[in-house]
Design a protein around this ligand. Structure first.
Ligand SMILES: Cc1cc2nc3c(=O)[nH]c(=O)nc-3n(C[C@H](O)[C@H](O)[C@H](O)COP(=O)(O)O)c2cc1C
Length: 182
């Protein structure tokens, strides 16, 4: 027996990838960060994040062409929900508003939530596509990953995959097959 779902439940099934954070900065220099469940790989050195056109992050990326995709683990679920709950244009500096002491990303110097498993610093790939659809192509210009989570032999995220978070719904995430309710 199968149960029929409504079309909008499609995204609940495929997920895309692990949940990520997207850090950016406005053209005036105000740092921002948001949470994005809709993301995936696009090429070996490119990632996709799907952003609402009304988000402050979208404005920032259109203005600067730069952002950082962070890969958080279970220890950061509260921070993820917080930065994903209000617009930067309302909060001002999102990190200050959320009570998070940021760190600078290694190459682009964009404020990020510290302690994440990995960071992919990106330049925007195709501005027109992003402006029309909200699909941001991030071309990786620098990647840093916690050493203990990376397997050099297989050149893979290895242990990192045991800790990454998938979004389920509401305040529920999944890691290693276990549901986490915040
Ligand atoms: C768990 C979670 C997942 C989210 N996934 C997305 C997403 O994939 N795309 C998106 O545009 N917004 C997503 N959001 C909403 C944004 O993170 C939220 O609206 C945020 O406040 C936008 O901030 P900004 O306006 O400062 O950019 C998500 C929020 C949460 C809590």
């Amino acid at each position: 027996m199968y149960k029929t779902l409504v079309p909008r439940d499609a995204s609940r099934l495929v997920g895309g990838g692990q949940i990520v954070t997207v850090a950016s900065v406005s053209k005036e220099g105000v740092p921002d960060c948001m949470t994005a469940a809709w993301n995936t790989a696009y090429d070996s050195d490119q990632v996709l994040v799907v952003l609402d056109l009304g988000h402050t992050t979208t404005r920032n990326i259109l203005d600067t062409g730069k952002f950082v995709v962070g890969i958080p683990d279970e220890s950061l679920v509260k921070e993820i929900l917080k930065v994903g709950s209000e617009h930067g244009r309302v909060t001002g500096d999102k990190f200050k508003w959320a009570g998070i002491a940021p760190e600078k990303s290694a190459k682009l110097g964009i404020d990020v939530i510290p302690g994440q498993m990995a960071y992919i610093e990106c330049e925007l790939g195709d501005k027109d596509v992003f402006e029309k659809t909200g699909v941001a192509i991030g071309k990786a210009v620098n990647i840093t990953v916690k050493e203990e989570l990376w397997d050099d032999e297989s050149s893979s995220f290895g242990k990192g995959y045991q800790h990454n978070l998938h979004y389920v719904s509401g305040e529920v995430f999944c890691t290693g097959g276990t549901l986490i309710k915040v």
